[in-house]
Design a protein around this ligand. Structure first.
Ligand SMILES: [Zn+2]
Ligand SMILES: [Zn+2]
Length: 346
């Protein structure tokens, strides 16, 4: 048996549980979880905002640990290896998977939502979801980077962001914190961070960005002025509001790409001729990330280009009361601090 923290009833606190250690199949690995990140999505699962179909469910999709056991068909990792986990389980054979687009897999499952996650002592995942984690990267960082950092990297890739380009990042929460560091790792030109929160503006500036205070004046005007009227090459919208999505499009220069990551059900208006066609600008939707992007992400963390300094991490135990308190705190958290469950004391 092993300890796990589970969602047993929608809208209720998570509970401590003793459950069997999972049995692995020939293509699976069993991982002894070292660290599991607590994510805003987990609040949505607990509160019923994102629908969970099967209960009880062990939450947790940001996971790192040590391989305990491998199935006979798994060759790229072995027992004792440090690994982090790609949270999208996919079939590998449908028309999307064969093109490397597993986020559209016909039978895709998200770990910690459609199948048991990492708020536990052990987790079973397909071998293809276990990525070697270099010794330089602490387990805590290996866990949390597999969600918001991976999605920030996917957004940059979807926007075809490249060295020498300028970028505007709308929103400096968890995604923005990674997006700024990754943009700099790409060897970008100027980075503008648009925010209304003074502490976040100061933090972005201290990390080398040009802080754009959206409370003081129209951020589009400020970016245009700073770029001698041209605009930026890429804009990332990480907030999820029609207003900032429109601003992300308007601050683009010729051939600019606006990548929309934030979620909203609102509609936005665009003047096609002057705002898109004339500039050959593009609006790009971004969802999740891909397994093929993770080695580059791990390399950025390994080389120190992507960092989570100690003060940005908060650690709790594998304990329902502590995890529920962390989920409650996330609901009104405004900073980019990540809370990580430390499961083993490695
Ligand atoms: Zn997450
Ligand atoms: Zn598939």
């Amino acid at each position: 048996m092993m300890r796990a923290v589970q969602l047993t009833e929608i809208g209720k606190a998570l509970k401590d549980a003793d459950v069997p250690v999972p049995q692995i199949g020939s293509s699976d690995v069993l991982i002894r979880v070292a660290a599991a990140g607590i994510c805003h999505s987990d609040v949505h699962y607990r509160d019923g905002i994102s629908k969970i179909e099967h209960l009880p469910l062990t939450l947790g999709h940001e996971i790192a640990g040590r391989v305990e056991e491998v199935g006979s068909n798994v060759a790229h990792v072995s027992a004792g290896d440090r690994v982090c986990v790609h949270y999208l389980v996919h079939c590998g054979t449908c028309e999307f998977c064969v093109r490397g687009l597993e986020q559209f897999c016909r039978s895709g499952q998200m770990i910690g939502k459609h199948r048991d996650g990492g708020y536990a002592e052990f987790i079973k995942v397909p071998g293809a979801n276990a990525f070697p984690l270099p010794d330089e990267i602490p387990f805590e960082v290996g866990a949390i980077m597999m969600c918001s950092s991976a999605t920030a990297l996917h957004a940059l890739n979807k926007a075809r962001f490249k060295a020498g380009e300028s970028i505007a990042i709308f929103g400096f929460g968890g995604l923005g914190f990674s997006a700024l560091q990754l943009a700099r790792a790409f060897d970008c030109e100027d980075v503008y961070v648009v925010e209304i929160n003074p502490a976040k503006l100061a933090s972005a500036a201290s990390m080398g960005a040009i802080a754009i205070d959206a409370r003081s004046a129209d951020p589009v005007e400020q970016i245009k002025e700073a770029t001698a009227g041209t605009g930026v090459d890429v804009a990332l919208e990480l907030i999820g509001s029609a207003k900032t999505m429109r601003q992300a499009v308007l601050c683009l220069g010729p051939l600019g790409r606006a990548a929309l990551v934030g979620l909203t059900a609102e509609s936005m208006s665009i003047r096609p001729y002057t705002e898109l066609i004339n500039k050959e600008a593009e609006i790009i939707g971004v969802s999740d990330h891909l397994a093929t992007e993770l080695p580059a992400l791990i390399e950025f963390a390994c080389s120190g280009k992507l960092r989570f300094p100690q003060e940005t991490l908060r650690v709790v135990d594998l304990d329902a009361a502590q995890i529920n308190a962390a989920l409650d705190a996330l609901q009104d958290s405004i900073d980019h601090v990540r809370t990580v469950i430390k499961v083993t004391s490695e």
